[in-house]
Design a protein around this ligand. Structure first.
Ligand SMILES: *Cc1c(COP(=O)(O)O)cnc(C)c1O
Length: 383
């Protein structure tokens, strides 16, 4: 949550007082408005508002026709949703290493491709673009679909195009921790009318009650609708996006200047630095001990200095995959029959990189005095 105020409360109250909480009611327009505004802001033809980012990813994979017998290659760092979404549609998530950019390593993606591979799910982690040119080239070569996980990257760009709009479909999250938030929420975007219709039906098995006239016959779907209250909040939040991103990028520059003038550091490489959302500043070290010294000196009240392998966001923590618990019924567990053995050590290279990488995440309350204090501590430790 970066900026959230009275405008959001007023918008939510307006919907609550209208008693029109469900998006298909005759006078309800918040979710429709949000889908239109989001699509316009990102420059993509279609958007579906969902109840979460994970719901958007599941709906996206279903809409792309990914399912049982298919493998989906996902990076070893990001969020457990990377493996949950393929499992939810009956597909096997196959984990590939990240490189020092902390995003999917296209070379390892290539190594993970088999005749069963159907889709690739790059994660634009910490608001930074994956190596999309290389990933899209591999995907084209092997006829793979691309679903971008842009859950942490709304408003970020890659070579001038909005993250999430470059592959066959893209997913966003609006949970409590994201750049824009309604507590929970998500969106699926796609350039394809066909994928849009299927995604809308996948996100809501009662989509025939919506105002849409679909060209395709209804298919079974889930119940991942966004509420009107969440959509009303997000309509306000979306208006704040450009300001949030501008201020995050400016803050990142201030913090970067302070830490980099105190110590010789190697920034986490980025595939399009200008398009980064600016939520984080990362440095990679030669060894974990030096990284630890940096982390201790850089951590502050409004600047959280954390390791890449903290917070459970690396493959090592995704025990359901190591232990093959990919579903609640044996026949609904895609990991049951797979030949892939993906134990906790399967992505040792990623773990090594994450154990040597420290990220700084700051909020808008950070003061010049706090930034200066971190500069002093780093200068003392590394000077
Ligand atoms: C937040 C997030 C998601 C989805 O989270 P939800 O809680 O389902 O909205 C997916 N992938 C990444 C990388 C995320 O950070």
């Amino acid at each position: 949550m970066y900026r959230f105020g009275k405008e959001e409360s007023d918008a939510a109250a307006r919907v609550l007082e209208s008693r029109q909480l469900f998006r298909y009611l005759p006078d309800a327009r918040e979710a429709d408005t949000f889908e239109g505004a989001l699509a316009t802001r990102l420059g993509v033809p279609h958007a579906v508002a969902t109840s979460s980012g994970t719901a958007a990813m599941i709906s996206g994979l279903a809409a792309l026709g990914v399912g049982p017998g298919d493998e989906v290659v996902v990076p070893a760092y990001g969020f457990v949703a990377s493996v949950l979404a393929p499992l939810a549609v009956g597909a096997v998530p196959v984990v590939c290493d990240i490189d020092e950019s902390l995003t999917m390593d296209p070379a390892d993606l290539r190594r993970k491709i088999t005749p069963r591979t159907r889709a690739v799910l790059p994660v634009h982690v910490h608001g930074n673009a994956s190596d999309l040119d290389a990933i899209l080239a591999v995907a084209r070569e092997h006829d793979l679909l691309v679903l971008e996980d842009a859950c942490q990257a709304i408003g970020g760009t890659y070579r001038g195009r909005a993250l999430g709009t470059i592959g066959d479909a893209g997913a966003f999250s609006f949970n409590q921790h994201k750049i824009l938030t309604a507590g929970e929420g998500g969106a699926l975007v796609t350039p394809s009318t066909d994928v849009y219709e299927r995604g809308f039906m996948a996100h809501d098995g009662s989509a025939n009650f919506s105002r849409h006239a679909f060209a395709q016959p209804m298919r079974a779907g889930l119940a991942f609708r966004m509420t009107e209250v969440a959509a009303a909040v997000l309509n306000v939040q979306l208006g704040r996006l450009d300001g949030i991103l501008a201020d995050l990028r400016a803050l990142r520059s201030r913090v970067a200047e302070a830490v980099e003038s105190a110590a010789v550091l190697t920034p986490v490489p980025q595939h399009d630095p200008d398009g980064s959302c600016g939520t984080n500043l990362g440095y990679v070290f030669a060894d974990a001990v030096t990284a630890q010294r940096f982390q201790a000196a850089a951590d502050g009240r409004n600047i959280d200095a954390f390791f890449g392998n903290e917070y459970g966001h690396s493959f090592r923590e995704w025990t359901i995959v190591h232990e093959g618990r990919g579903g609640h019924h044996p026949l609904a567990n895609p990991l049951r029959d797979t030949e892939w053995r993906q134990d906790a050590d399967a992505c040792a290279r990623s773990e090594d990189i994450l154990s040597r990488t420290v990220l700084l995440r700051y909020n808008f309350d950070v003061t010049d005095a706090e930034i200066d204090k971190i500069h002093q501590r780093l200068a003392k430790e590394f000077g």
